[in-house]
Write a protein that binds this ligand. Structure first.
Ligand code: FPP
Length: 277
């Protein structure tokens, strides 16, 4: 249940309010992560340049964030730019995405303030162009006091490189403390991830129908529910976020255990059945 102080349900458009009314407040996700895919296909389907797909995708980012903040979702983490995007996309597209990010932060920071949204980033952000880093820092500092949704943009991010960075930082700590490797536990890895300050995602949404994880939050999504939609990211709206949450609420999460109505298993009876053939 989200604290009522963070809820702004009356600000939801009627279509979103209708879906929201079907949700169970006691079973809301704490953290939703999204792989925003399909900008290029959205543009291609309209005979437009890919850039326009990204521009439209940036609008979806703002609208989905606003819905998240109105329903009081504590954590929203968006895959905005992967390490692989950085290495494998044409320079012109990478440069465009960097400019888009800067102008997005500049022109949306007021809306973030109005929506009580706090900006954070994960990834090898120190490798991004300095003017982009400056703008990122500016938006992060300005919104640092906000207490609603934390919007985390994964930028120059890769799940495997996050693990490499975590292991390096853990190894350095161990060296300093003269501690032995066989004492490493899961909590130690968690403490050194970029996401150490947040809970693991409950729900991962991927747009544009691809059944891939694309190197996103590999450690963190061990028990995350996955929702894939054919909708392309530039067409994704707040109402679709709410529909994904409704789908999530119909799932039964087991975390490796048994479901609610799996029935009691009597070991001796089951063994007798096996022996009797
Ligand atoms: C995939 O589309 C999306 C990306 C490369 C990253 C997401 C970027 C945005 C939503 C735009 C800007 C974001 C912010 C925060 C300002 P794709 O090009 O891979 O699509 P395709 O698979 O259809 O070609």
């Amino acid at each position: 249940m989200y604290p009522s102080s963070t809820l702004r349900i009356d600000e939801l458009p009627p279509e979103e309010r209708t879906v929201y009314a079907t949700l169970k407040p006691e079973h809301m996700p704490e953290h939703v992560a999204i792989i925003m895919d399909g900008n290029g296909r959205w543009a291609g389907g309209r005979s437009l340049k890919r850039f326009l797909g990204h521009q439209q995708g940036a609008k979806s980012v703002q609208l989905v964030t606003e819905t998240a903040s109105r329903i009081g979702l504590p954590w929203l983490t968006l895959y905005a730019f992967s390490l692989e995007n950085n290495l494998r996309r044409p320079r012109a597209e990478v440069n465009f995405l960097m400019r888009l990010l800067r102008s997005y932060l500049e022109s949306n920071v007021q809306r973030m303030m109005d929506n009580n949204v706090r900006m954070k980033y994960i990834g090898r952000t120190h490798e991004l162009p300095p003017e982009v880093q400056d703008k990122m820092r500016w938006a992060e500092e300005l919104t640092a006091g906000n207490t609603g949704t934390t919007l985390t943009l994964a930028l120059n991010y890769g799940g495997r490189s996050e693990l490499v960075d975590a292991f390096r930082s853990l190894a350095a700590e161990m060296k300093l403390k003269h501690s032995s490797a066989d004492r490493i536990c899961e909590e130690d890895i968690h403490r050194h991830l970029y996401t150490a300050h947040m809970p693991d995602p409950d729900l991962l949404i991927r747009t544009s129908g691809e059944m891939r994880l694309s190197n996103y939050l590999l450690w963190q999504i061990a028990y995350t529910e996955i929702f894939v939609t054919d909708r392309l990211w530039p067409d994704f709206r707040g109402v679709n976020l709410l529909e994904a949450i409704a789908d999530f609420q119909r799932r039964e999460r087991r975390f490796g255990g048994l479901g609610q109505d799996s029935g009691e298993v009597d070991e001796e009876t089951e063994h007798a059945k096996i022996v009797a053939g």
